[in-house]
Design a protein around this ligand. Structure first.
Ligand code: SAH
Ligand code: SF4
Ligand code: F3S
Length: 456
């Protein structure tokens, strides 16, 4: 009988994509995925370290699993039937905390970092032989060794969208951010590999691919030209757009000043590429941006937004903001509030600043904003975001969008479909179940804060 693996994924899309690769490898080695953690022989938590809260969630989950493992151990000692549970801790917290995790959690069998996914077969073998292992190399194996990757299929989550990492790591060292420490320096995957993976995903029936990276618009910097084509995100989009079939292409995340004119041009030219840009601004105040080590000011961000809005009629531009960065004054915070209005941002992810070890800003303790102020600002920011989303959605009423139908719900005998427009907005409309997975034109008839309503 196959062994069962349960994996809890706590982080961003990159983290989700790692989970798909981990499951692919484990499948190859006789593990089958279960959605019931209680049934699993191998429990894996794929962690995120972006805020303290995310890391704490992981610590408390392995605590629960540790208790289960101990209960089984007690049964074993009493000669009763028992299950041998193995616990693995991976992802960004693992990359950061390393061996410390084995010391802190005596029931954890394996710690593996973001660079060690491809060593998993050996690591699993070792823990099944009773060893406790920590594998957190600093040198990335991933993306530098295409052959290793090609050996294993990817177990993609059941959805219409395939996540395709195109680059990993980050060289920006924004003063608040842990990612350069958990994902290492920036490196890109070869265009030919990305094209092959996309072809495969389309062949398997995926209707959308999302190119992933911490800064996708700086894709290709460490690569040589392939067949005379300069490896840039713009050119990659052009190559992917040539792949036959009806599907959509998206990309996240963009760094504001790395969005080139050629990238905007490529998005415009390529019919499969969606008119959607996620461009985190982080703060609306130029002084705070400087302290965050972001390489742009408020005006420069505005210019990029303007250029994009002039090029595309129905484009959506979304952002991320941090409230209560060390030293942020009320006035500076109000610049963030006004940026959402001024740049007509369609949606923003928001967070209260959370100090992360090793990062520069975490050392500025004398300028920390007290928790009450931070969360009060966050609440105002969230309210502003809600208003902005509603305004942005209301502007869509009367337009017709091509919708990729993702799911349905039976509401008192009526089938309500849900899907996304190219600009990533969610649309609900009545229709038949067999439209799931299809592209249909929908006229927008109404708007709420988080979704649009329409009719076929
Ligand atoms: N590469 C992307 C963001 C990756 S992290 C970029 O450059 O924008 C995702 C988001 O988490 C960030 O945009 C930021 O808004 C938030 N974030 C990162 N570190 C944080 C911290 N220490 N406290 C609060 N939010 C943080
Ligand atoms: Fe973090 Fe900045 Fe890199 Fe984004 S660009 S991952 S926020 S260091
Ligand atoms: Fe979190 Fe790591 Fe992604 S810290 S946001 S899972 S890159």
């Amino acid at each position: 009988m196959n062994k069962k693996v349960y994996i809890e994924t706590m982080g961003c899309q990159m983290n989700k994509s790692d989970t798909e690769r981990i499951l692919g490898m484990l499948y190859h080695f006789g593990y089958e995925e279960t959605s019931e953690s209680k049934d699993a022989d191998l429990l894996i938590v794929n962690t995120c370290s972006i805020r303290q809260l995310s890391a704490d969630k992981a610590y408390s989950l392995v605590g629960v699993w540790g208790k289960w493992k101990n209960d089984e151990r007690q049964k074993e000692l009493q000669g009763k039937p028992f299950k041998e549970i193995k616990i693995a801790f991976c992802g960004c917290v693992a990359q950061q905390d390393k061996e410390k995790l084995l010391k802190r959690f005596p029931y954890v069998d394996l710690v593996f970092g973001t660079n060690n996914v491809y060593e998993l077969p050996d690591l699993i073998k070792r823990i099944n032989e009773g060893e406790r292992v920590c594998a957190t190399n600093e040198t990335p194996k991933k993306f530098t060794d295409g052959e290793e990757e090609a050996k294993y299929e990817i177990k993609r989550a059941k959805s219409l969208n395939a996540w395709i990492p195109i680059m990993e790591g980050c060289n920006n060292f924004c003063t608040y951010c842990i990612v350069p420490f958990t994902r290492g320096r920036e490196r890109s995957r070869k265009m030919s590999e990305i094209i092959a993976e996309t072809r495969q995903a389309i062949k398997e029936g995926f209707k959308e691919i999302t190119l992933l990276g911490q800064n996708v618009d700086s894709y290709g910097k460490n690569l040589e030209a392939e067949n005379g084509i300069e490896p840039t995100l713009a050119n990659l989009l052009r190559e992917l757009n040539k792949i036959e079939g009806k599907f959509r292409i998206r990309f996240v995340t963009s760094y504001p000043t790395d969005i080139s004119d050629d990238l905007i041009k490529a998005v415009k030219e390529c019919d499969k590429v969606c008119e959607f840009f996620h461009i985190p601004m982080q703060s609306g105040n130029s002084k705070v941006l400087k302290e965050m080590n972001r390489r742009y000011n408020r005006e420069q961000y505005g210019e990029i937004v303007k250029k994009i809005r002039e090029t595309f009629e129905d484009v959506a531009i979304t952002s991320d903001f941090i409230a209560g960065f060390p030293g942020e004054t009320e006035e500076e915070f109000l610049d963030t509030m006004s940026a959402i209005d001024e740049f007509e941002l369609d949606y923003s992810n928001t967070a209260a600043y959370s100090p992360r070890v090793k990062t520069k800003a975490a050392k500025w303790t004398d300028r920390f904003i007290d928790e009450d102020t931070k969360f009060e600002r966050l609440a105002r920011l969230n309210e502003k975001n809600r208003e902005a989303c509603l305004k942005s959605n209301e502007k869509c009423v009367g337009k017709t969008f091509e919708i990729l139908v993702e799911s349905y719900e039976d509401k008192d005998g009526k089938i309500i479909l849900a899907g996304r427009a190219p600009n990533n907005k969610i649309v609900h409309f009545e229709g038949s179940k067999n439209l799931v997975g299809e592209f249909v034109n929908v006229k927008i008839t109404g708007a709420s804060t988080w979704h649009l309503r329409g009719e076929l």
